[in-house]
Design a protein around this ligand. Structure first.
Ligand code: DGP
Length: 116
């Protein structure tokens, strides 16, 4: 179900433009508008789930699917050799600013650990 005031639901519905690079029946991937690395893609479930913390047992297959899509995109973006990071910020304190679950895929530069 799309949430009216959710930015990513509006992107999924095509109301707000985005550079979509992948779409299937359960997810959409588009480039982050505020890229933190040469490759920075967001993988978003088509269904509105506020955060990882809101995902339930019913969403287990979907969560696995999002990670598989993340790996596929990383591969297509040429990141397999150099490595990449898949990140799910959960909650304001961890940097979540859009409350529609999403996986960040970052790569194309050295990624430090621990992240800030
Ligand atoms: P997070 O802070 O983990 O909730 O990540 C939200 C990301 O969404 C952030 O990296 C910037 C990105 N973002 C915010 N608004 C837009 C937008 O309108 N279009 C796109 N493509 N990305 C957006």
């Amino acid at each position: 179900m799309a949430e009216q005031n959710c930015l990513f639901c509006r992107i999924l519905e095509g109301e707000i433009p985005a550079e979509v690079i992948y779409r299937d029946d359960r997810s959409v991937a588009f480039r982050d508008i505020n890229a933190q690395a040469p490759v920075h893609v967001l993988i978003v479930p088509s269904e509105h789930i506020e955060s990882l913390d809101e995902a339930s047992q019913r969403d287990e297959a979907l969560l696995g699917h999002l990670l598989r899509v993340a790996a596929r995109i990383a591969n297509e973006e040429g990141l397999t050799e150099s490595g990449y990071r898949a990140v799910i910020n959960t909650g304001e304190g961890a940097g979540q600013s859009v409350f529609h679950l999403h996986v960040h895929v970052l790569g194309g530069r050295p990624l430090n650990w621990p992240p800030g």
